[in-house]
Design a protein around this ligand. Structure first.
Ligand code: HEM
Length: 516
């Protein structure tokens, strides 16, 4: 039986990455709560404006598509400032209670990513400057964005100091802004799915039980079954109060009415060192068979221009054939070509390296390996788990957010450009933190020793183990090593937030949470 979710109770950004739904611009606002009771009144007035996951359109239960959306997330200090009872606060997991800054050693925010280098709004986060609430605004047009922003700022003004908008997001020219902007990158007058290193992004996004939108029901975005078919992931991987892949309820704060249909958001402002990235590609690509463009594809596991997966198109010749088929394919077939693949035929990493971004961040079924019969290769130990990708299925995340800033000057790493990553998961320690610690900054699960994932790894120029396999496309040549990878992505701020259901927001607003 198909699982039905109460979409009216779930915030809209859980189900929709707005950028792909016609909302190319965003603003992210941080607020400080200065008077609990009055702030709860402000919250009560704001709740009806929050965008839910309800279906857009004329169908049954459909609502009109808004010109602009509003969503809210609250960190642990924010819940305390809003007078959430201590027993409920105590029932949150440790990583959420501690917050991102105190977990920096676990997630590798060291050197240029350490909090000393974060935007002032995150760096000076104490007392009246403490971050409590995150409001995310997305809009179909810049005009609709300005209107939505003005409306929300007016509610803050009307709160008479109960909540305050925090200044201190670094803007394009280094000036401090009262919000963080985000936007799709444009090429030839059109919005694209590109990010600042030039890759096509926003392809892989898990689908889970209860999502009504058929656009997500693409093979490859759920979990792979023994017979090779795909099923949606369990809802509890992404929403509290629902059964997860272990057939258990994920740990959740009490009472159930407060946590059900909520989730956690990992917000990270990630600066991209575009000059270092370009220089690395040129330096290493000059003597790499296939040149810089194939090397760029090896870093991520997808070709930059259209996202073609390396496992399906491992060299220029097969890429040309893939492109020709893609051009003739229907949108559904194109989706399947982009997402419906596994690493079974590439267990050695000759096509898609073990250190490639998408293989590290979602290894699919390729971790369940045992020493195979072919020298240098591994065979999957089918039958060890109930689904081939059972290990990876517990580490999936929903990616939300957009690029920010402008990187047209690529002569220097300086400037203000990168990605605002908003990752949603039901268990920050098991999902996001595990990925960041074990798969991004450590390579042992992939038999890669200390090698880090190329784009995100907290590479250290003095660390001789910063190498990545980038095998030749033929697959039978010895692997190559790209040495001395510079730090390509640096953290500029962030925190762990709770994304409450609409029910939970009303309970907080009315002071009605009863944890007993
Ligand atoms: C500046 C930072 C980042 C850049 C430039 C970047 C870029 C990309 C690109 C180009 C793709 C391939 C397109 C796609 O499959 O959607 C991708 C996929 C992905 N990224 Fe990132 N990413 C960044 C940060 C992160 C972070 C911090 C995480 C999580 C810790 C992450 C998790 C993922 C996941 C899960 C996928 C999909 C993998 C799959 O399902 O096959 N990314 N990213």
């Amino acid at each position: 039986m198909t699982k039905m979710l109460d979409l009216w109770d779930i915030q809209g950004n859980v189900v929709r990455p707005y950028g792909r739904f016609g909302f190319p611009v965003a603003r992210y606002l941080l607020l400080n709560v200065r008077h609990g009771r009055l702030a709860r009144q402000w919250l009560a007035d704001l709740v009806p404006r929050i965008t839910t996951s309800a279906t857009w359109g004329d169908g049954p239960g459909g609502v009109p598509k808004p010109m602009a959306t509003l969503n809210m997330a609250i960190n642990h200090a924010g819940l305390a400032a809003l007078d959430v009872p201590q027993a409920t606060l105590n029932s949150f997991p440790q990583e959420f209670t501690m917050g991102m800054r105190k977990r920096r050693d676990i997630i590798g925010d060291d050197g240029p990513s350490s909090p000393a280098h974060w935007d002032p709004v995150w760096r000076d986060s104490e007392g009246d400057k403490a971050v409590h609430i995150l409001l995310t605004l997305n809009a179909q047009t810049p005009k609709a964005m300005q209107q939505q922003y003005d409306t929300i700022v007016q509610t803050v003004t009307d709160s008479q100091g109960a909540v305050a908008l925090l200044d201190g997001h670094v803007g394009q020219d280094g000036q401090l802004m009262p919000y963080q902007e985000g936007h799709l990158l444009w090429e030839e007058g059109k919005p694209t799915a590109k990010e600042h290193f030039g890759y096509t992004d926003g392809i892989g996004d898990p689908y889970f039980e209860g999502i009504a939108d058929p656009r997500y029901r693409v093979e490859g975005r759920g979990k792979q079954m023994e017979d090779g078919t795909w099923q949606p992931l369990a809802t509890g991987e992404f929403l509290l109060g629902h059964i997860d892949e272990a057939r258990e309820y994920p740990p959740a704060p009490e009472p159930v009415l407060f946590s059900r249909n909520g989730t956690y958001m990992v917000y990270r402002k990630l600066h991209q060192n575009v000059a270092s990235f370009d220089a690395l590609l040129q330096r290493e690509g000059a003597h790499y068979p296939g040149g810089p463009e194939l090397l760029a594809a090896k870093f991520v596991g997808r070709w930059r221009d259209n996202g073609a997966p390396l496992v399906s198109a491992p060299d220029a010749k097969s890429k040309a054939a893939w492109d020709a088929t893609f051009a003739q394919a229907s949108p559904e077939q194109q989706d399947a070509m982009l997402s419906d693949f596994v690493y079974d035929q590439d267990m050695s990493g000759a096509r898609c390296p073990m250190s490639a971004h998408i293989r590290r961040l979602n290894p699919r079924a390729s971790l369940e390996i045992k020493a195979g019969t072919c020298p240098g290769q591994f065979a999957r130990d089918i039958g060890a788990f109930d689904t081939p990708g059972a290990l990876a299925n517990r580490r999936r995340i929903l990616r939300r957010g957009l690029a920010y800033g402008n990187s047209s000057d690529r002569s220097s790493d300086k400037g203000n450009h990168g990605v605002i990553m908003m990752m949603l998961n039901a268990d920050i320690a098991r999902q996001y933190e595990f990925i960041q610690q074990q798969w991004v900054n450590y390579g042992n699960d992939f038999r890669e020793g200390n090698d880090k994932e190329v784009l995100l790894g907290n590479h250290n120029p003095f660390d001789p183990t910063c190498v990545v396999h980038a095998a030749d496309p033929q697959g039978d040549a010895p692997p190559r090593f790209v040495r001395n990878i510079p730090r390509l992505v640096e953290t500029r701020g962030g925190d762990y937030f709770f994304v409450p259901s609409l029910t939970a927001l009303r309970l907080v607003a009315r002071g009605l949470i009863d944890p007993t």
